[in-house]
Design a protein around this ligand. Structure first.
Ligand code: F6R
Length: 593
């Protein structure tokens, strides 16, 4: 949700630098963009427009500048217009602000400021921030840091803000609920961004801003403090192990395809866990009274698959609740409960809210995340990283399979079969490596061409292939905009079968398991109504019109089965002329509720 990037230091190309870095955060929002850079005469140059930052040439910002901020927007308050694009300014045009999140009480603050003579230009909640800071600065002896602090104390809601003051040449950032990370460069230069890829080219040393904290940078000096009390905070320096090439598209046309292909290796990285840690986590699952999995979207479907992993592999009952619904079940939480949260970004607002509810009940939280140092990772009692590396396409692919791999490993550990689980997953990783070759993708492209013109698709599965059917639907919907729905195979005849017409594409996710006969019967019922069947599984059946072969991976079948669907969704998007990396209306890292 909205990309934020600011620079302050000795370099003279801050404008171009922030635009270039922001392009690496475009997955966070791409309705419109904007930049504000302080020029050497003390004025601010601002450019903004609707559309994607990807199309903007950084070289057009060649004026000398050592302090700049840039923003890519995912609209919440106010339509997608140039005026609503960030940065927003104080009346005297000396303070520029970019913002991610929502200032819930902006209406009352705006009315108050209007009454004091402030002029508002946009429909955004954000615009109250520079005006309120400007108002606070009128009080004698107030610094930008203090004015921002006082403004933040007034705000309700979740936000991350960057404030540029052209007069004092200061950059201030504050967060409550939305991420901000400080990249520490050479000789007193600092990069402040909503996500690490913005500045990975310059530094891998970071400091994390926590909720309720702010940071002020001026003249090469940095000061962290608590927003409420103004008490100074000290911060650890952390080294990030992501590399620039991991965060780039490389030879691939789209990040989504690159990330799908990275699954040749990412499952192995996910399984690369410390035995002692996995065994400690397994013990806490065994000992807890009530274990609940929670997450959103694709990560939620991963949790549903994990329900099956724990049931089948470990004979342990674990429940899934979508994170946005989780607080409703707070009555069942107690100090002995264990909540397992799953997230790629580690910043999803609904998941953070669920964690807050769990913590309030005294329950323990295990986080399975991709982003090291993210808010969820830091707030959890135990964290397992999936080591997928940066995932930049909006549609989650390698993170989802990495999350499943870790959960399947943990389920094996709970069953006292950690070694067996690791062996299975390493073998699966090898199978995926063999499967992901150009001929395989060409075959899926042939299938995609045959079904791309249809407006509706259905996906069925049984056992852990049921949540994968639901995940398949998410993948197809979000990148190709084809209406797709996933069902438990046995449920079709209870209603949804009425939707099947001649030629309707139906994908059947199969395993080499005890459900084969049931699945074949359900497929026959679909075929009898004219459906066109795309079978994904290790074995070919006559009931398939098209077969996409996958290896027989036993308990890891859910992981291998989703990969050809990811490829199919990607190809459907490309064939239909959609941008798979930046689907409409979406953004990665959903930091609003
Ligand atoms: C879909 C997708 C989303 C995310 C969801 C949770 O492909 O990526 O459904 O899974 O927004 O995000 P994280 O995993 O970052 O918490």
């Amino acid at each position: 949700m909205c990309g934020i990037f600011g620079y302050i230091g000795k370099r003279k190309n801050a404008g171009a630098l922030v635009i270039k870095g922001l392009k690496n955060l475009e997955y966070r929002g791409y309705d419109s963009w904007g930049v504000a850079m302080r020029l050497s005469d003390g004025s601010i140059k601002c450019e903004k427009d609707v559309g994607k930052i990807g199309a903007v040439n950084p070289d057009q910002f060649k004026e000398e500048s050592s302090l700049a901020i840039a923003h890519s927007r995912w609209a919440t308050h106010g339509g997608v217009t140039k005026i609503n694009a960030h940065p927003h300014f104080s009346c005297d045009q000396t303070i520029a602000v970019i913002h991610n999140g929502i200032i819930e009480n902006y209406g009352e603050i705006r009315d108050e400021l209007k009454a004091k003579g402030h002029t508002f230009r946009s429909e955004t909640d954000t615009e109250v921030i520079p005006h309120l800071i400007e108002e606070e600065l009128k009080k004698k002896g107030t610094t930008l840091e203090e004015a921002t602090r006082r403004a933040c104390i007034r705000f309700t809601g979740r936000y991350a803000i960057l404030v540029l003051d052209a007069r004092s040449q200061t950059l201030v950032a504050a967060r409550t609920g939305s991420p901000l990370i400080i990249g520490v460069g050479e000789g007193g230069e600092y990069f402040i961004a909503s996500d690490i890829p913005a500045f990975l080219e310059y530094t891998r040393t970071v400091q994390y801003l926590d909720d309720g904290e702010m940071v002020a940078v001026h003249d090469g000096k940095i000061r962290f403090s608590d927003i409420a009390s103004s008490a100074e905070r000290t911060k650890r320096l952390v080294t990030i192990d992501w590399t620039v090439s991991e965060a780039e598209k490389g030879e691939y046309e789209h990040y989504m395809l690159k990330e799908i292909m990275d699954q040749k290796d990412s499952i192995r990285r996910a399984v690369h866990q410390d035995d002692e840690e996995i065994l400690a986590v397994a013990k806490s699952i065994e000992n807890c009274i009530g274990c609940i999995l929670t997450a959103c979207g694709t990560a939620g479907k991963v949790c549903m698959a994990a329900d099956y992993f724990f049931s089948v592999v470990a004979k342990r009952h674990v429940n899934f609740t979508p994170a946005s619904e989780f607080p409703i079940f707070h009555h069942f939480l107690r100090p002995e409960s264990l909540i397992i949260v799953v997230s790629q970004s580690g910043e999803t607002a609904d998941v953070l809210e669920a964690m807050k509810v769990a913590k309030a009940a005294g329950s323990k939280v295990l986080a399975i995340v991709n982003t090291q140092g993210s808010s969820i990772a830091r707030a959890a009692d135990y964290t397992l990283l999936i080591n997928a590396g940066p995932e930049k396409a909006v549609a989650s692919t390698k993170a989802a399979t990495g999350q499943m791999a870790v959960l399947l490993l943990v389920a094996h550990a709970v069953a006292g079969k950690l070694h067996e689980g690791r062996t299975l997953l390493l073998e699966t990783s090898g199978q995926i490596n063999d499967m992901l070759n150009p001929r395989y993708i060409d075959h899926i492209r042939d299938v995609a061409k045959k079904i791309a013109s249809h407006d509706n698709m259905y996906i069925i599965g049984k056992g852990w292939n049921y949540p994968m059917a639901m995940e398949s639907a998410i993948k197809i919907q979000e990148v190709s905009y084809i209406h797709a729905e996933g069902f438990a195979a046995g449920e079709l005849k209870h209603g949804p079968i009425a939707l099947i017409e001649k030629g309707t594409p139906c994908i059947a996710l199969m395993g080499n398991d005890e459900f084969t006969a049931d699945m074949v019967s359900n497929i026959m019922e679909l075929r009898a109504r004219g459906a066109q069947i795309i079978g994904i599984g290790p074995k070919k059946f006559d009931v398939f019109d098209h077969w996409i072969k996958v290896p027989d991976s036993g308990a890891a079948q859910a992981i291998v089965n989703i990969i050809p669907v990811q490829i199919l969704a990607y190809l459907l998007a490309v064939i239909r002329g959609r941008d798979p990396d930046m689907p409409r209306n979406l953004a990665k890292s959903v930091t609003v509720k």
